[in-house]
Ligand binder design. Structure first.
Ligand code: F6R
Length: 605
């Protein structure tokens, strides 16, 4: 989705902004622009297409040291140069970049047009630029507040003004915005990825909060203009984590990160002596944990599938009824919030609008909600009552890989903790801990089979349509496998419960329709094998994701993963599916890190 960067300091602003925008490319966008405040006034450059096209269009001498930049993902009006940001006031004095949606933009446009304002774009953002320019308030801060008092909707915005050339004013309401604190320089960004090359000292703005940044530092304040006196915090993020290193794509890098990132995630969180997990961030003691009679997990897309994996871990290990629901549905159905249910929001970005809204809905009705979130300090992390950080490191590729395995691993630890305050024995707890500790080494083994998986993927890439099947623990794995495959290869991939094949979808099976079967070595192996015969009997090609020793026929294409505890097997079974999707997309020559029509974090409805 859209990205914001801003800079004020002693360096030339343009290269800093361009570099920041390039770091935000992964979020998905269709146009980009910058505005630079220099001696002669503001210069605005906008371009449809890539940040590198914008960069190529810039004049050589662009010396201004204050500026704002934006990558736009079209919402109001098509992707054109006129609709790209920054948007400016009629006289060019005010420039604005904006993420989010202004709900009353149409009414405001009409009112402004009636007063003689001519609009040059279809955007809701242009309305803000005109409102600020027309405000009679004396300072830029007061003019921004004046404008914002007239708009309803969500925004993160950054504003520059030729009359106040030493500053950027930023505001946040429902869309993330972060300040980066440097040495006599300040940065603004909608995403940490744009800041990390420059600073790890950051300030997260809250909803309803504004900030002024100058070379002298920053001031945060409320809508009532009262200082909110935020202190910077240090973020634990490494520039190497956002660089491609030797990998061709971020998706590939992030798949190969997993052995190390999972090891990091587990560090200090497993208590071998008592066979339990230490999750201090939950802010829930044993008595409170014992009190929950149900667990409800809320997330979207792959996070929802991770939630389904988590629900079955919780049911198996803690014997508490648990289920997952898409947050995007939950928020609209006036959900019944029960006092003895533990609600869990799961999100990589921590900014997905549907999930963030579901968190608010639970809290508004007095429910207890914790977050399993990757991005530290994100909206969902801050709005939840407690939580477990995923520590996956930055996930840049649009298609989620390592975040999903971290979510599933986080759920395994939560299930272990909930189990151990109930009836799970110490020895069973220790069995799960040993399983968790084996994950990094086992993931290494799986990714070392890349060449074989790539060959299998090559065979699947030609199919127009595929089934991914699994049952019980394996079903969310199949759903995630289909999701990954369709996202990056644009092939139709549908997940089904293996048990449901014969109730309808079998009609589609023929020699052109491959089936990828999740077939672990567990209590359902024989049933799954029998179902697979229904496919092969109809000449359907198959690929089996399984454990060693399950399939003894070498003619059946298979990818084996090391066996772990049955409850944890889903974590490992997802890994070859990530590589399968990656290599199918690679064989098809597609834009793997930025699949068409998709954005990294969906911060609008
Ligand atoms: C799938 C994918 C999306 C996200 C979903 C939730 O590969 O990336 O389905 O999983 O949009 O995003 P987060 O986890 O940021 O809330």
């Amino acid at each position: 989705m859209c990205g914001i960067v801003g800079y004020v300091g002693n360096q030339k602003a343009a290269p800093v902004l361009i570099e920041g925008l390039a770091r935000l490319e992964y979020r998905g966008y269709d146009s980009a622009g910058i505005a630079i405040l220099g001696v002669g006034g503001t210069q605005v450059f906008r371009k449809v297409g890539r940040v590198r096209d914008l960069e190529a269009s810039l004049p050589k001498r662009l010396t201004g040291r204050v500026g704002i930049g934006h990558t736009r993902w079209a919402t109001h009006g098509p992707a054109t140069e006129a609709n790209a940001h920054p948007q400016t006031s009629a006289d060019g004095r005010i420039s604005v970049v904006h993420n989010g949606i202004i709900d009353n933009a149409a009414a405001l446009r009409e009112r402004l047009a009636a007063r003689g304002v001519t609009f040059t774009s279809d955007t809701d953002t242009e309305v803000i630029a005109h409102l600020i320019a027309r405000s009679e308030a004396g300072t830029l801060e007061a003019a921004v507040l004046d404008a914002l008092s007239r708009v309803t909707g969500t925004y993160a915005l950054a504003v520059i003004d030729e009359r106040h050339p030493d500053r950027i004013v930023a505001a946040r309401n429902g869309s993330p915005l972060i300040l980066g604190v440097g040495d006599h320089e300040m940065f603004i960004a909608s995403d940490l990825a744009a800041l990390v090359r420059h600073t790890t000292s950051v300030v997260h703005l809250d909803d309803g909060e504004l900030a002024t940044v100058t070379t002298a530092g920053f001031r945060t304040f409320s809508r009532e203009q009262e200082n909110t006196a935020k202190a910077p915090t240090s973020v634990d993020i490494d520039i190497e984590e956002v660089d491609l290193a030797e990998h061709q794509h971020y998706m590939h890098k992030e798949i190969f990160d997993q052995p190390y990132s999972i090891e990091r995630m587990l560090r200090g969180r497993l208590d071998e002596r008592f066979g339990t997990a230490r999750l201090d961030g939950l802010n829930l003691g044993p008595r409170e944990l014992r009190g929950f009679r149900r667990v409800k997990i809320l997330g979207c897309g792959s996070a929802y599938y991770a939630g389904q994996i988590g629900a079955s871990m919780i049911e198996e290990l803690a014997r508490i009824p648990a289920d997952a629901e898409p947050a995007s549905e939950f928020r609209y159905r006036n959900p019944i919030i029960e006092p003895d249910t533990l609600y869990v929001a799961v999100s990589q970005s921590g900014e997905t609008a549907d999930t963030a809204f579901a968190v608010q809905e639970v809290k508004r009705k007095g429910g207890e909600i914790i977050g399993l979130v990757n991005v530290v300090g994100s909206t969902i992390a801050r709005d939840s009552d407690g939580g477990v950080y995923l520590h996956a490191g930055p996930e840049i590729a649009v298609a989620s890989t390592k975040a999903l395995t971290h979510m599933a691993t986080g759920f395994a630890m939560l299930a272990l903790l909930l189990g151990r305050v109930r009836d799970l024995s110490i020895s069973d707890g220790q069995r799960i801990i040993a399983g968790l500790q084996s994950l990094p080494g086992q993931i290494k083994e799986i990714v070392s089979e890349e060449a074989h998986i790539a060959a299998v993927a090559g065979g699947l890439a030609g199919a127009q349509s595929l089934f991914f099947i699994g049952r019980v623990r394996g079903f969310p794995v199949a759903r995630e496998g289909a999701q990954k495959f369709k996202e990056v290869s644009y092939r139709h991939a549908e997940a089904y419960q293996t048990s449901e094949l014969k109730h309808g979808p079998l009609a589609l099976i023929d020699e052109t329709m491959p089936t990828v079967s999740i077939l672990p070595d567990d209590e359902l192996t024989d049933r799954n094998l029998a179902a697979l015969q229904q496919v092969t009997a109809r000449n359907g090609p198959i690929v089996v994701i399984t454990h060693p020793g399950v399939i003894d026929d070498p003619a059946i294409p298979q990818i084996t993963v090391p066996k772990n505890e049955s409850e944890l097997d889903p974590i490992l079974l997802t890994i070859p599916l990530q590589l399968l999707a990656y290599h199918a997309a690679l064989a098809l020559g597609l834009d793997i890190d930025k699949p068409r029509n998709l954005a990294k974090s969906v911060t609008v409805e």
